[in-house]
Write a protein that binds this ligand. Structure first.
Ligand code: SF4
Ligand code: SF4
Length: 496
């Protein structure tokens, strides 16, 4: 996809009290001698001009306990022993084992700066005790310096059309943004996703709630989704789309369809979905017009009749026969098979569905990859994997297992300061203005800030992906596909 020139600039937290990693406390013993102000090079302590007070510590700048190795460690030099530093206890309330507090904070940092942490301590994943969190790469060489990496010619692009018909189309990164509908997320969130896709030469997806007018300027980078509810599906938006995605199932809730509670069906959402405000909306499961590969093909023909220039993607969840589904999609004419695993979904997806129905994506990818190889059609279809890709490391592991690229969702929301509270669907929705359609709550986020944050996240991941390929001694992401020999499981070191 064409890329518009991007600028990576800092996009700090939009909240006055960002959640810091450390708590810095100054007790009443402080005599305002100013020692800590002079010592700390990071500006944690300040005396404002014209004031005789040391301000409340700028805790988000503090590097924490590890600072004790520095000769400027304020705690050690305070003559009144008035300072202390500890882990912020609030972190214990943040996230879960897949999205640990460390991972959330590091994603926020990437989205703020656009670069991986300079200390080389990137957070690779979570602490779930399985899956991507137990897979490790067999590195071939040490990480390079950032300057060398930026000069290296490492190709991250992925071809979306491998068939002998239809337009050639590639994305500049092995990832694109997954579908989240207007209804499940706010308009500024959608614009943030679309603007970042434009900036980085990749794609985003409307989800199934229709195509808001505000997305039209980003049309070359926006996938239109056609899902079972057919909400907001229009010929004119199919004509705009570089890729049309049929959503047959969603990994976070396979077999359950979609459900948007009435509180989130505002007049704007209802207008786009051609329905009534305040009423809950169901997307049924499955498409009742599709029970065979031939029916599937009719769907694709219908889209290509409207827009012969579109590529067609088929989004499926990961039942045990997902390999057969993928082959069927290929014979129906799909250019892209999008496997959606069970770890994704916003807080709106029921836990019981997320944890108990679909196959973990780490099993589904190699199963489909191998079956497509056996059928002799692996190089005629692009395999994208989503549903729980949290970091550039997860992305690279998914590709090493056999995907061509990945689809991301939750990580984009975390870049916008989602704190994983799980309130996405209830009441007016997200307290942070991300997964809401309430007009006032949506104003909590400036769309330009959202574009910059997600652009920064993608840029940080791009550098991390280049570093991963460098360390594996590979020149392109295509060379990584299916290289399971480069991975090992932490619990079974050395085995394959
Ligand atoms: S611990 Fe170090 S970084 Fe933190 S406030 Fe003190 S001097 Fe600054
Ligand atoms: S912060 Fe918003 S998007 Fe994130 S989990 Fe909570 S409600 Fe959902």
């Amino acid at each position: 996809m064409k890329q518009v020139e991007k600028r990576i600039v800092r996009a700090p937290s939009r909240f006055r009290n960002a959640l810091p990693r450390y708590a810095v406390e100054r007790t009443v013993r402080c005599i305002r001698c100013g020692t800590c102000v002079e010592l700390c090079p990071l500006g944690v302590h300040e005396i404002r001009p014209g004031q005789n007070l040391v301000t409340s510590p700028n805790v988000e700048r503090c590097i924490g306990i590890s600072c004790r190795e520095n000769d400027f460690f304020c705690v050690a030099h305070c003559p009144m022993e008035a300072l202390s530093i500890s882990e912020n206890p609030l972190l214990q309330t943040l996230g879960d084992r897949r999205w640990t507090p460390e991972l959330i904070l590091s994603t926020w940092e990437l989205a703020e700066t656009g670069f991986p942490p300079a200390n080389g301590k990137a957070v690779e994943g979570g602490d779930s005790g399985g899956g991507f969190d137990k897979l490790r790469f067999r590195w071939k060489r040490e990480a390079p310096r950032l300057e060398s990496l930026l000069e290296a010619r490492i190709n991250l692009s992925v071809r979306l059309n491998r068939r002998d018909r239809g337009p050639e189309r590639s994305i500049g990164l092995p990832l694109y943004g997954g579908g989240m509908s207007f209804g499940s997320i706010s308009l500024p969130t959608m614009i943030g996703k679309a603007g970042a896709a434009r900036n980085m030469g990749t794609l985003t997806c409307t989800g199934e709630g229709g195509y808001p007018d505000e997305l039209v300027p980003y049309a070359p980078w926006v996938i239109t989704q056609v899902a079972t509810g057919l909400f907001g599906v229009r010929e004119e938006t199919i004509k705009l789309a570089p890729v049309v995605e049929f959503k047959y199932a969603q990994g976070a809730k396979p077999g359950l369809g979609g459900h948007l509670l009435g509180d989130k069906v505002t007049p704007a959402v209802a207008a786009l979905r051609e329905t009534v405000p305040g009423h809950s909306l169901f997307s049924p499961f499955p498409f009742h017009s599709v029970y065979s590969v031939e029916d599937h093909r009719k769907h694709l023909d219908w889209v290509l009749e409207i827009n012969p220039d579109a590529l067609v993607s088929v989004k499926v969840s990961t039942p045990t026969d997902v390999d057969m589904v993928a082959v069927g999609s290929y014979y129906a004419g799909a250019h892209i098979v999008h496997l959606d695993g069970g770890y994704g979904g916003t807080g709106a997806a029921p836990e019981i569905a997320k944890k108990n129905i679909a196959m973990p994506i780490e099993y589904a990818i190699p199963k489909v990859h191998r079956f497509l190889e056996q059928e002799g059609i692996r190089d005629e279809v692009t395999l994208m994997a989503g549903g729980g890709i949290r970091t550039a490391y997860d992305a690279a592991k998914a590709i090493a297992l056999g995907a061509d690229g990945v689809v991301i969702g939750t990580a984009e929301l975390v870049a916008l300061e989602c704190c994983r509270c799980g309130n996405c669907e209830s009441g007016r929705g997200c307290p942070r203005g991300i997964a809401t359609t309430d007009e006032e709550m949506s104003c909590l986020m400036d769309p330009e800030w959202a574009i910059q944050r997600i652009t920064n996240l993608y840029h940080g991941w791009k550098i991390q992906l280049m570093e991963i390929l460098w360390r594996l001694d590979l020149d392109s992401v295509e060379e990584l596909r299916g290289r399971r020999d480069l991975l090992f499981h932490e619990d079974y070191q050395g085995t394959r």
